[in-house]
Design a protein around this ligand. Structure first.
Ligand SMILES: C[S@@+](CC[C@H](N)C(=O)[O-])C[C@H]1O[C@@H](n2cnc3c(N)ncnc32)[C@H](O)[C@@H]1O
Length: 279
């Protein structure tokens, strides 16, 4: 390495170190200026550290957007999407991936487990062909108290699922897709995916999106149901592939031992199925 390069490296390291230290000492000032923003940044930092393992694991193959384009034999996208992902919804980036999957794969029938307020359903329904059908299943919302099916477990996954489910009383099942031009393509189903009869859909579904219960028993059962419904060009997409969703994370790392599985980088979406090309 020549002297000029050494000097450049040295000055750039000094520049970065100076800004690190300056911001570190200014933390109390930033906290006074905008505490909520600072907490949000710190949470993001902690989440990134927690998820470092996911970045380095090799079982579920990481694909970026270009990789995704190859996987679904997609072209440059022309997507319908909406802003405003809230607590409990897929993120903005994830809604784009779902929209792109539908636009590229052109599924004749889509099956979603976990409608919630219909934000993800909107993206599944708005980007397909006009004659595509979208089925979406959710637990019914009861008038009072937690849903009996969700309350059957006591661990952290049930706690989170119950919190999301209770939020539904305020928002209304599928309220977002119902108010969209794609409402006519969606068939709302109510039931518990642990006991629901999936047999009428056997071999007929080109895209299954799993985002219902997050306990191991739910994600295992939902995946079995998805596999039974999948057509020969079908794809399964799972939400919440991250270390924070302990059971989904563990399940997918096991699943990937026997079936090629991809994780779309920058999202919590994992994909598998015969409808994916390899990349
Ligand atoms: C995280 S939310 C889905 C979010 C939605 N995909 C979105 O992005 O807008 C999970 C939903 O699954 C539902 N759910 C949880 N367990 C279920 C089960 N066993 N069967 C059917 N639905 C379930 C909950 O009521 C909740 O509405």
């Amino acid at each position: 390495m020549n002297l000029q390069m050494l000097l450049l490296r040295g000055s750039s390291t000094a520049h970065v170190s100076w800004h690190f230290l300056k911001n570190f000492f200014l933390l109390p000032y930033y906290a006074v200026r905008d505490r909520a923003f600072l907490y949000q940044q710190m949470r993001a930092f902690v989440a990134n550290v927690i998820n470092l393992e996911k970045e380095y694991q090799t079982r579920v193959e990481r694909v970026n957007w270009m990789g995704l384009q190859k996987l679904v034999n997609g072209h440059d996208p022309s997507l319908r999407f909406r802003f405003g992902a809230r607590y409990g919804n897929v993120s903005f980036a994830e809604s784009l991936v779902l929209a792109y999957l539908v636009e590229s794969l052109q599924p004749r029938r889509v099956f979603e487990i976990g409608t919630f307020d219909g934000f993800s359903t909107y993206h599944l329904a708005m980007n397909g062909s006009t004659d595509a059908e979208v089925y979406t299943l959710n637990l019914p919302v009861e008038e009072d108290g937690p849903n009996a099916q969700l309350a059957r477990g006591v661990d952290i996954e049930y706690f989170g699922d119950n919190k999301t489910h209770l939020e539904l009383k305020r928002r209304g099942v599928g309220s977002i897709y119902r108010a969209s031009p794609a409402a006519g393509k969606v068939r709302q189903l109510f039931g518990d995916s642990m006991t629901f009869d999936f047999s009428p859909y056997c071999g007929k579904i080109d895209l299954v999106f799993i985002d219902g219960g997050h306990s191991l028993e739910c994600v295992t059962k939902d995946t079995e149901s998805a596999l039974s419904m999948l057509s020969d060009r079908g794809v399964i997409a799972w939400h919440d592939f991250n270390v924070q969703h302990r059971d989904v994370y563990r399940f997918l790392r096991e699943f990937a031992k026997t079936r090629k599985t991809y994780w779309v980088a920058g999202t919590r979406l994992a994909l598998s199925g015969p409808g994916l090309a390899s990349c």
